[in-house]
Design a protein around this ligand. Structure first.
Ligand code: AMP
Length: 523
């Protein structure tokens, strides 16, 4: 089944329902289908053949979903690129995927022209200024081409925090599974509901758009195409938004910081999906107390989109009411996914024992694009090795500790940064923090914390270390603490722990932040 059929069906059942909405621009489902068929036909007319790659680098807009469904219709492989990447990084993905066509926003034209030699493999670059060339009705396909479940339709490039990004291959079967699992296990979007996008649609938000299309809901996009708390909350009120497609935890924290209590009527909200990085329990509790029992957690990765485990809004509420610590988990394994943890030799571990999370099921990619070695390594033994360390409890709730590479080994003890961060964040003067290991002659690695104090608050390293000592084993306490004004985050809103950490491994000195607050406080 070609994934285009989800759109085809919605266009037949709800032709006049608004499918895509951004500011003054709106398209009904019938219109969305016709435009996507036109895009598919025009891509073929430009010389694309079945299975060719079409990349896009676009700020959030209806164009993203039109290009995605246009590629589905024509049997092409869509390659979303994060619009926050540098032209060189964009070029790497274009080159690695072998894309023939790049659809981009006009704002990227200059960067692409500056590095034109790196984009030499493209046959066409189409700026959205000239998007009409893709809408020529003369080339419109009468219907989508046939596609088999295993036909490749999407390359999802990983964020590349551990080297060059790799293209996780997605096929039509995976898209179907993503849609069905989302509706069945996480949040059952209803026809005509309003789903709002405020995070990059090249990533999680765009994937949640797929079940919204399948259900005939409206995919609305913030007018600014970016994330601004006041705009977001006023849009929820104005459009009676029922569902925010996806938010990174850093966006939830920003929402907590910047919202004006009671200014907007948010009663239409039923779900805010979040994931992609840990949220600290304390912040999650505050978010639920402030915005209601609407938070839905997803845990997955580009290699198994977008959920291996999940926690519904109702489950959050139930755990919160029972004061159950599992509110801090990543939820339970999805209905048609298998997952457990393994030791370093790939032996399954019993509940409670930490190891690498592995997953199996139709949601798992068949491999990485043009990288058989990395594919074999990631999929050894028929299981996706996620690189995430965690443990399942007896009821199957997954507690994620950290990425395998982020674990600190201090004096022979394993310390998971997240455990320490969960404690530091409880301190009333702390706004944010990140923990990692730094080289230490005695301990091998020493636990190190970098803390962002709340505005106007003064803190000392001793205060943080003593606070940790009240909550956790001595060996897990940070040996030293630095203070900074802010932490670097990725284009997808993830705190870049490894970027902060690298500065310490290079020179053993703090090189981040700046100003008086960055003074190092060793104890
Ligand atoms: P990406 O492929 O860019 O979506 O990144 C996937 C990675 O993000 C996972 O392997 C995890 O390390 C992390 N991640 C995703 N969802 C969660 C979650 N709910 N809680 C904690 N970490 C998460």
């Amino acid at each position: 089944m070609n994934s285009f059929s989800f759109l085809e069906k919605s266009a037949r059942q709800w032709p006049d329902t608004v499918a895509l909405l951004q500011g003054e621009e709106s398209h009904t489902y019938a219109h969305f289908r016709d435009r996507s068929l036109a895009i598919g036909g025009n891509l073929l007319a430009l010389g694309c053949k079945t299975g060719d790659r079409v990349a896009f680098c676009l700020a959030n807009s209806p164009r993203i979903l039109e290009v995605v469904f246009g590629c589905f219709a024509a049997g092409l492989v869509v390659v979303p690129i994060n619009a926050r990447l540098h032209a060189r990084e964009m070029a790497y993905i274009v080159e690695n995927s072998g894309a023939k066509i790049l659809v981009h926003g006009p704002e990227f034209a200059e960067g692409i022209a500056l590095h034109a030699d790196l984009f030499g493999g493209l046959t066409h670059q189409i700026s959205t200024d000239a998007f009409n060339t893709l809408l020529n009705p003369a080339n419109r396909l009468p219907c989508a081409v046939e596609a088999a479940p295993e036909d490749i339709c999407w390359l999802f490039y990983t964020s590349g925090t551990t080297g060059k990004p790799k293209g996780a291959i997605w096929n039509h079967r995976m898209i179907r599974v993503v849609i069905m699992n989302y509706l069945a296990d996480l949040h059952n979007i209803q026809p005509g509901e309003m789903v709002l996008h405020c995070a990059p649609m090249s990533h999680g938000s765009g994937i949640v758009a797929l079940p919204a299309v399948a259900r005939g809901a409206t995919n609305a996009i913030t007018t600014s195409a970016s994330f601004d708390v006041e705009e977001l909350l006023s849009t929820i009120e104005l459009l009676k938004v029922s569902h925010i497609a996806f938010m990174a935890p850093t966006q939830i924290i920003k929402m907590l910081e910047d919202h004006v209590p009671a200014r907007h009527n948010l009663s239409s909200l039923k779900a805010i999906c979040y994931g992609g990085a840990p949220i600290y329990v304390e912040q999650l509790k505050q978010a639920i107390a402030t915005f209601g029992p609407v938070f839905v957690q997803l845990y997955g990765q580009g290699e198994a989109p977008i959920t291996i485990t999940g926690l519904t809004a109702a489950a959050h509420q139930k755990l919160l009411d029972a004061n159950d610590l599992r509110i801090g988990s990543a939820g339970q394994v999805r209905t048609d996914v298998e997952a457990h943890c393994v030791d370093a030799d790939d032996n399954p571990l019993p509940p409670g024992q930490a190891g690498e999370v592995v997953a199996r099921g139709d949601v798992v990619m068949p491999g990485y694009w043009k990288d058989p070695q990395a594919s074999a390594e990631a999929l050894r033994g028929g299981w996706l090795h996620t690189g995430d360390i965690g443990y399942f409890d007896a009821q199957g709730y997954l507690f994620l500790l950290d990425r395998a590479k982020d674990m600190v080994i201090s004096g022979g003890n394993n310390v998971y940064p997240r455990e320490v961060e969960e404690v530091i964040i409880l301190h009333e003067k702390v706004a944010n923090c990140v923990v990692f290991g730094i080289p230490d002659d005695y301990w091998g690695e020493a636990v190190h914390a970098v803390v962002v104090p709340k505005p106007g608050e003064m803190l000392t390293a001793q205060e943080i270390i003593a606070f940790c000592g009240d909550h956790m084993a001595g060996y897990k306490k940070p040996k030293a603490v630095d203070f900074v004004d802010e932490l670097p985050v990725s284009g997808y809103g993830k705190i870049l722990r490894r970027e902060v950490r690298e500065a310490y491994w290079a020179g053993h000195e703090s090189r981040i932040g700046g100003g008086a607050s960055a003074a190092r406080a060793l104890v």
